[in-house]
Design a protein around this ligand. Structure first.
Ligand code: FMN
Length: 174
């Protein structure tokens, strides 16, 4: 288990874990839009809001995406899959725009968790980023950041923990 907190934001951060198995229940479209709304309230450099989303409910399209990653079974199981892209037309700095996409993705995962859904950030599929774009019939001006599988949690897998905080603090300069 993660840390406990009575603060709702911290509680959500500490209790969120990647969810890779889902119940068959289809999340309402409004809930998915709320999750994406949380995504777009992430910070971005120059407030350029470079993220773009493709929402896939269609089993045939999900199957095509599933074939592009070794984690395809997660995509097949998830009732809805969000592909997050960066719009090259508004990007201004490779690292900073990717950091913005990461912030957006984390907001999406936290919002999903807060609303009773579960999700997982799928990065392995980036090896086939161009083919993902083709499956989704998008132009070259969109760069895949990640795919997020979402649904109501039915997850019996062991949950990832974290090393102690001290591991990560290189030094403290008083
Ligand atoms: C950049 C990135 C790429 C990831 N790619 C995958 C992936 O392809 N498949 C997968 O099952 N999980 C993937 N994950 C999820 C991580 O495995 C997971 O976040 C990590 O093990 C910590 O577990 P937690 O999210 O439950 O705390 C990815 C996470 C990130 C941030």
């Amino acid at each position: 288990m993660g840390q406990k907190s009575s603060n709702p934001v911290l509680e959500a951060i500490y209790s969120r874990r990647s969810v890779r198995e889902y119940t068959p229940e289809i999340p309402p479209r409004e809930v998915i839009l709320e999750i994406l709304r949380a995504g777009i309230w992430a910070p971005s450099g120059l407030n350029n809001q470079p993220w773009r989303f493709v929402i896939v409910w269609n089993p045939g399209v999900k199957e095509k995406l599933a074939q592009l990653t070794r984690y395809g079974e997660i995509i097949r199981r998830a009732p809805v899959v969000i592909s997050v892209f960066l719009d090259k037309a508004v990007m201004y700095h490779q690292i900073k725009d990717h950091q913005s996409a990461g912030a957006c993705l984390q907001n999406i995962l936290l919002a999903a968790h807060a609303l009773g859904l579960g999700g997982v950030w799928l990065g392995e599929i980036l090896k086939n980023a161009d083919r993902v774009r083709e499956v989704l019939e998008l132009p070259e001006g969109l760069e895949l950041a990640a795919v997020v599988a979402l649904g109501y949690p039915h997850d019996r897998r062991k949950r990832a923990g974290r090393k102690p905080l001290e591991t990560f603090i290189l030094k403290e300069i008083p």
